[in-house]
Design a protein around this ligand. Structure first.
Ligand SMILES: *Cc1c(COP(=O)(O)O)cnc(C)c1O
Length: 399
């Protein structure tokens, strides 16, 4: 796998069968411009130095790796966390948003455009826009704006315009339509910033590259702490950016087992989960090929997860490839197991995890029971402050 990052994706943005850019010709030209610019700028000394400095002085990187002694004592195994919850804004998303915004600045763009569902990507991008003095338009379904009021206010405080999508079901899909439409009106001075390792080429590659810092740091830190590599690396998978970030540090290490955890939701019936790779089939969604959940008509199926950051009916093309290669084990965790893990980590370690990350923690607890001699490194992708009201109102406090 040593030439892995040179080999994948290929020049057309394919990870073997997956990825690519299934988009109209005029958009193809825009994506090609971004690809060429990225390939040049991302190798320049200035870009690398500036990103390095931002990560250290603004984001607070490197984030620590932490050994969970009480959790390990109770469940067996040796459980470690890569603390992306301590990255500025409380999750890994800022890693790629700062990269995308820095690229936008180098390209001379004036405005960042994106959609957001629960608001996490919108908040991270609004943060990056404020840092660079760029304008920021975030499209959000009117229904989601009501549900996620605190994040709407956060984006507004940060100076972003939050623009409601008022057609159709007024949720994420409509927000994507509106954001794309706005971008296509003015691709010269604006740039569309995708929030995970999804979308047409070059986004899955760029977002992965910006997240690689997580895996590079974690491998070095784990080695330094323990003198060995972790036996298992676990991350939750929505679109797949935090998982690609940490996995990319260990793809060459045959002895590390990688586990990507999808949401099994309420049940494994279509519409009740978002376990795209566990239960889906290859198809095209949002301009790229990947495993997808589809209904009988071949349309993206409705999905559910207790963690709003994980409910996407597709997944990154690179994960789709890694699944077929059997390089990563993809499995799922349901809503109830997630809530139990949310409280276990809070009460045994004093760390309230995001519900997305709680999926990875839940899987780690299962692994620890099965493999008491082994070590497990979990990517704790974000902190759970955003989820506390929902969890307590819906599930109450544990007995
Ligand atoms: C958005 C989000 C995720 C899911 O996105 P990926 O691209 O799959 O990483 C996971 N964890 C947190 C905390 C998030 O905010």
């Amino acid at each position: 796998m040593s030439n892995y990052f040179k080999k994948y994706p290929n020049n057309e943005g394919f990870f073997e069968d997956y990825g690519g850019a299934f988009i109209p010709p005029f958009l193809e030209a825009e994506m090609k411009k971004i690809t060429d610019a990225y390939n040049t700028i991302s190798k320049s000394h200035n870009f690398i130095q500036e990103l390095r400095s931002i990560r250290k002085h603004y984001q607070g990187r490197p984030t620590p790796v932490y050994y969970c002694s009480r959790l390990s004592e109770k469940y067996g195994g040796r459980i470690y966390l890569k603390r992306e919850d301590l990255n500025h804004t409380g999750a890994h998303k800022l890693n790629h948003c700062m990269g995308e915004a820095l690229l936008a600045k180098h390209l001379g763009k004036k405005k960042l455009i994106a959609e957001t569902g629960a608001g996490q990507h919108g908040v991270a991008l609004a943060t990056a826009a404020a840092y660079f003095g760029l304008e920021c338009d975030i499209y959000m379904g009117e229904v989601d704006m009501k549900k996620q009021q605190p994040n709407v206010v956060r984006m507004q405080i940060l100076g972003a315009n939050v623009i409601p999508a008022t057609h159709g079901l007024k949720t994420l899909k409509e927000a994507v339509d509106s954001a794309f439409e706005a971008y296509l009106k003015d691709p010269e001075t604006t740039i569309y910033c995708i929030g995970s390792v999804v979308g047409p080429h070059p986004f899955p590659m760029m977002v992965r590259d910006f997240q690689r810092v997580v895996g590079i740091e974690a491998r070095e830190q784990f080695l330094e702490m323990t003198g060995e590599l972790p036996d298992n690396v676990v991350a939750c998978v929505g679109g797949g950016s935090n998982a690609m970030g940490i996995f990319s540090g260990f793809l060459d290490d045959e002895e590390c087992k990688l586990h990507g955890i999808e949401p099994a939701g309420r049940s494994l019936e279509l519409g009740e989960h978002a376990a795209t790779m566990t239960l889906g089939t290859p198809g095209i969604i949002h301009g790229f090929k990947c495993y997808t959940l589809q209904d009988e008509k071949g349309e993206p199926a409705p999905v559910h997860s207790i963690a709003s950051g994980l409910d996407y009916p597709g997944v990154g093309p690179e994960h789709s490839m890694l699944k077929d290669m059997k390089k990563v084990n993809y499995d799922s965790i349901n809503d109830n197991e997630t809530i139990d893990a949310f409280y276990e980590l809070s009460r045994l370690e004093g760390i309230i995890p995001a519900l997305e990350s709680s999926h990875a923690v839940a899987y780690a607890l299962k692994l620890a029971k099965k493999q008491p001699q082994k070590s497990i490194l979990v990517n704790l992708s974000g902190r759970g402050d955003k989820d506390i009201d929902f969890v307590v109102e819906t599930f109450g406090l544990p007995k």
